[in-house]
Design a protein around this ligand. Structure first.
Ligand SMILES: [Zn+2]
Length: 97
């Protein structure tokens, strides 16, 4: 997927259309919590997978192979950043054509 480096967009802070630099940020994965570390299912799974036995259920392959990318617009005049509401799902993102 190709995205340009600069676009003209409305800036709500300047209240007019200005040049915006396009930055891209990969969406971060959710942090793993240790809240459920001692629940019964977790303990049972640990007991079953301990020793020489492998995993109890077949590993699930990911259905989606692409990743979500956040696109950020930075106003060239005031320097404020605006997030695009919708994340773009793409395997590769090229910038500047
Ligand atoms: Zn601005």
């Amino acid at each position: 997927m190709n995205i340009p480096k600069k676009t003209k967009r409305y800036c709500p802070y300047c209240k007019k259309h200005t040049e915006h630099n396009i930055l891209q940020v990969k969406s971060k994965p959710r942090p793993k919590t240790k809240k459920n570390a001692l629940k019964l299912g977790v303990r049972r799974h640990a007991r079953k997978t301990s020793g020489y036995h492998g995993s109890t259920s077949p590993k699930v392959k990911p259905v989606k192979t692409s990743k979500k990318v956040n696109i950020i617009f930075e106003c060239a005049e005031c320097g404020k950043k605006q997030y695009k509401l919708h994340q773009v799902r793409a395997k590769k993102i090229k910038q500047g054509v």
